[in-house]
Design a protein around this ligand. Sequence first.
Ligand code: CMP
Length: 139
Amino acid sequence: MATNRTFTMIKPDAVENGHIGGILNMITEGGFKIVSLKLTQLTVADAQKFYAVHSERPFYGELVAFMSRGPIVAAILEKDNAVEDFRTLIGATNPADAAEGTIRKKYAKSIGENAVHGSDSDENAAIEGAFHFAGREQF
Ligand code: CMP
């Protein structure tokens, strides 16, 4: 059964470019309730662990360097059908393929620096949320 929570990060590129407010606005306008939120920075070790599933991919080193180079915003979001609906709101991984009205269409510049992360399953949403937030930080 689908749970009603997903996990997101506003990535370093979007934070550097001043898009925290614009992206959070699209998230809340999209019907998501923010139940956890923080500005933080991944260490290299954090990014390696978070993206361990991609460790054999040719872009892994680039991805780890990018995701640890500056602050991110981490958040847990709540909505019916959260994982699937949030992936629709953020758009395709490659912003060149992202639909009009999506976060990546508006704010992402490349497949590597694509502004925002969204969990790909309920199981990963729970794991990724717990990676960033203690139970008492999840409302
Ligand atoms: P996301 O789907 O949030 O998590 C995996 C990330 O790997 C993805 O966003 C991109 O930032 C990155 N990624 C995926 N494919 C490529 C690629 N071909 N080249 C560089 N980075 C990529």
